[in-house]
Design a protein around this ligand. Structure first.
Ligand SMILES: Nc1ncnc2c1ncn2[C@@H]1O[C@H](COP(=O)(O)OP(=O)(O)OP(=O)(O)O)[C@@H](O)[C@H]1O
Ligand SMILES: *[C@@H]1O[C@H](CO)[C@@H](O)[C@H](O)[C@H]1NC(C)=O
Ligand SMILES: *[C@@H]1O[C@H](CO)[C@@H](O)[C@H](O)[C@H]1NC(C)=O
Ligand SMILES: *[C@@H]1O[C@H](CO)[C@@H](O)[C@H](O)[C@H]1NC(C)=O
Ligand SMILES: *[C@@H]1O[C@H](CO)[C@@H](O)[C@H](O)[C@H]1NC(C)=O
Ligand SMILES: *[C@@H]1O[C@H](CO)[C@@H](O)[C@H](O)[C@H]1NC(C)=O
Length: 673
């Protein structure tokens, strides 16, 4: 009997828990539906119609340049409004008109009982039409960002913001401006300038007050809103509503973009993360057309000729489009024009292609004016995030000169890409010599000289330049050979550019499989010691003629550092030397390189030597203490395997039996770039 009661109690408790659980999760779901933030719209489930479209980079494009159309975009879930509900929303937009001073129509943030249907184009903004304008059965609330002046709706100008209720005749309207806290006055805003502008709309359901504020991107919400008025929206809203945007084009058009949007019912809208917003395309600036002279027939011929030439000019100009911003002025000397680079490579012909890497394609070219041979790397880069810091860094690095670094001559920026101009290195990159059979192999003396050279370049970057510079991507394919087969380090800092635009929480580690120090994958923080780690992998690569991780190999040989370490313990470290060298190498040097390589690959950063010490050892000015190697974790607990654990050296020992399957983890880490 007793046990029977227990069982039923148990069941009812279980049911209660289940019910609570369900309730909780549905509440949670509702929360996410009523309180959301889109920093860019990648992967969002917005419901779109008309011209609206989400671009691959996450930009929501409401309208493009198609005439007399409408567009809508809605958050996919119904929002429940109650009588005293408040709401708060903020979004960032940019309007790029087809031509300067020829705006199309605007768009509006809308709250409506259903997806809007039957809204007209042009001045109706896709919200209403001639029959339902003004009808209280619409239950539509809107904040219009209007860039055309419609006299029929009493618009004040072609650059205003208005609060609309059931009608396009605004309840309250003002010319776009924002209260500039710094100077204590209202500064005007040009809505269709193409610049990103943020809008805040806050409604207090208890006080029945609505406020609309605007500011350029990067400026916090002004204390004094542009529009602020008493309004009882409980009479407008129905319980179940949709929130979104409505837009239109007329005979004039603009491209209208929403970069990010957040909304919250009964609470402040979450802040948008400016670093994660997609970039806005610029207007293609056509050159001013030549004034046409009307009159004599000779004049007419001239006109035709001029127009033709002008047209040609425009076409040519267009393909040379590039981006220059004010802050770049100081880097003037290092700034190349796209036109010059285009000509240098004869239009980036395939014939001029030297190779392509993880960051982009590399072309060979000759600068027309100076006749200097260059290698031009085209890095595609959508985001402007981090670009400024990166340019600052490469500009300062442009001053770095070291005989073992590839001189960086300068750069050029275009929309969505960055071009880096380096000195041309006639012998190509080192990996080709190490890993392909058809080419001539490098002798041991050449290899040793390359290692010394690259080590001295790293010492220079780490210690001898005015500030510590990290390379972040040391590996055989980033070492190119000059005419004398000196190794030269290239590609510095690029990895960093890629780290910038990233979402901070998921700091993607940038670098290359097999060269990533375990603490780097853990903390995401590059240091001189992470460069040393990569240099260790590089030394082994050069000595053994193998890549740090070979997918096709037998498991025991798959991870180079493990295999070398294994052989070292068995006293047969020389067995790992590149077979193609035969016996043609200096034994002491080979041993030194292999052991140094191991030491630099130590999973614990503190156990690794500094680059200076490595260089001293290579130059025979210091000795490698074999003792240091004793501390190297045994067996499979190599640095590489450690990455899947938490990577601390104490875990190293206990991790000893981890199979080298960690490779797949590695690939996932580095394949993103
Ligand atoms: N300064 C240069 N002079 C001559 N050839 C170069 C120069 N820089 C790069 N190259 C060639 O272009 C190819 C591609 O270079 P890139 O640095 O993009 O590739 P990678 O190093 O293999 O990849 P990653 O982008 O991952 O570093 C190289 O293999 C090399 O042959
Ligand atoms: C505008 O967008 C629509 C719908 O996405 C597309 O069909 C049309 O080709 C686009 N027009 C222009 C000029 O880009
Ligand atoms: C909300 O307020 C309106 C007007 O005051 C009233 O007609 C309506 O019944 C109220 N609805 C609810 C759900 O309280
Ligand atoms: C105006 O919009 C309403 C509501 O969607 C629709 O029923 C009606 O057909 C539209 N009228 C015109 C003239 O388009
Ligand atoms: C639209 O509706 C408002 C409010 O009813 C009215 O004042 C205005 O005249 C209407 N405008 C047009 C063009 O129908
Ligand atoms: C700025 O604009 C706001 C809102 O339109 C207005 O209330 C305020 O008086 C203006 N301030 C100044 C200094 O012009």
């Amino acid at each position: 009997m007793a046990s029977h009661i227990k069982a039923s109690q148990f069941v009812s408790i279980f049911v209660i828990i289940l019910a609570l659980n369900l309730n909780f999760s549905s509440l949670l779901g509702q929360r996410q539906r009523d309180n959301f933030v889109y920093n860019g719209f990648i992967g969002s489930n917005l419901q779109l119609d008309g011209l609206a479209e989400i671009k691959p980079d996450g930009l929501l494009q409401l309208t493009n340049l198609t005439i007399q159309q409408t567009a809508h975009a809605y958050h996919p879930f119904v929002i429940n409004f109650k009588n005293s509900s408040s709401f708060s929303t903020t979004f960032m937009f940019a309007i790029v008109s087809e031509r300067a001073n020829r705006n199309g129509h605007g768009f509006a943030f809308t709250i409506s009982p259903s997806h809007i249907e039957g809204g007209s184009d042009a001045e109706y903004l896709g919200i209403l039409n001639v029959t339902n304008n003004g009808s209280s059965s619409n239950h539509i609330f809107a904040v219009e960002v209007d860039t055309a002046r419609s006299l029929e709706f009493g618009d004040r100008d072609n650059n205003h913001v208005g609060i609309d209720v059931n009608s396009l005749n605004s309840v309250e309207t003002a010319t776009a401006a924002y209260f500039n806290e710094k100077v204590g006055r209202n500064d005007s805003l040009h809505l269709s300038s193409g610049d990103t502008i943020q809008v805040w709309i806050d409604y207090d359901g208890v006080k029945k007050r609505i406020e609309v504020a605007l500011a350029p991107i990067g400026v916090t919400r002004p204390r004094i809103p542009l529009l602020s008025t008493q309004l009882d929206l409980s009479l407008v809203f129905v319980d179940r509503t949709y929130v979104g945007f409505s837009a239109s084009t007329g005979l004039l058009q603009s491209s209208q973009y929403i970069l990010g949007w957040s909304f919250n019912i009964d609470g402040k809208a979450q802040k948008l993360d400016v670093t994660r917003l997609p970039p806005v395309p610029r207007r293609k600036e056509p050159k001013e057309r030549h004034k046409q002279t009307i009159g004599l027939s000779v004049g007419m011929v001239m006109v035709v000729l001029i127009t033709l030439l002008g047209g040609l000019y425009i076409v040519r100009r267009k393909s040379y489009d590039e981006i220059r911003e004010d802050w770049e002025k100081e880097y003037g000397p290092q700034r190349f024009s796209y036109k010059d680079l285009y000509k240098a490579t004869e239009g980036f012909k395939d014939k001029a292609l030297l190779g392509s890497g993880g960051f982009g394609k590399v072309y060979r070219g000759t600068l027309l004016k100076s006749k200097v041979e260059v290698a031009i790397k085209r890095v595609s880069h959508e985001s402007t995030q981090g670009m400024k810091e990166f340019i600052a860094e490469i500009a300062s690095l442009g001053k770095l000169r070291h005989r073992n670094m590839v001189p960086l001559q300068g750069y050029c920026r275009r929309s969505g890409e960055l071009l880096l101009v380096y000195d041309y290195m006639p012998n190509g990159s080192l990996d080709k010599y190490l890993f392909t059979n058809e080419r001539l192999k490098l002798s041991w003396t050449q290899r040793y000289k390359i290692l010394q050279g690259v080590a001295s370049a790293l010492v220079y970057l780490h210690e001898e330049w005015e500030q510590v510079v990290l390379h972040r991507d040391v590996k055989a394919s980033n070492v190119v050979l000059d005419a004398d087969f000196n190794g030269r380090l290239g590609d510095f800092g690029l990895a960093r550019l890629y780290q910038h635009g990233e979402i901070p929480q998921t700091t993607r580690v940038v670098g290359t499989l097999g060269y990533l120090a375990p603490e780097l994958t853990r903390t995401g923080k590059a240091t001189t010691m992470t460069d040393v780690f990569a240099f260790g992998a590089f030394m082994l690569e050069v000595a053994c003629g193998r890549r740090p991780v070979e997918q096709q190999e037998l498991p025991e040989k798959m991870i180079l550092v493990d295999w070398v370490h294994d052989c070292w313990r068995k006293g047969s470290i020389l067995e790992t030397s590149d077979p193609s060298l035969g016996d043609d190498y200096v034994m002491e040097h080979m041993e030194l390189v292999l052991k140094l390589g191991l030491l630099c690959s130590h999973p614990s950063p503190d156990a690794r030597p500094s680059m200076r010490h490595v260089l001293h050892c290579l130059d025979g000015e210091a000795f490698l203490s074999e003792q240091a190697l004793e501390g190297f974790p045994t067996d499979a607990a190599s640095a590489t395997t450690l990455v899947i654990g938490d990577g601390s050296s104490s875990v190293a020992a206990s991790n000893a039996s981890s199979p080298p399957q960690s490779c797949s983890v590695h690939t996932a880490l580095s394949s993103g770039r």
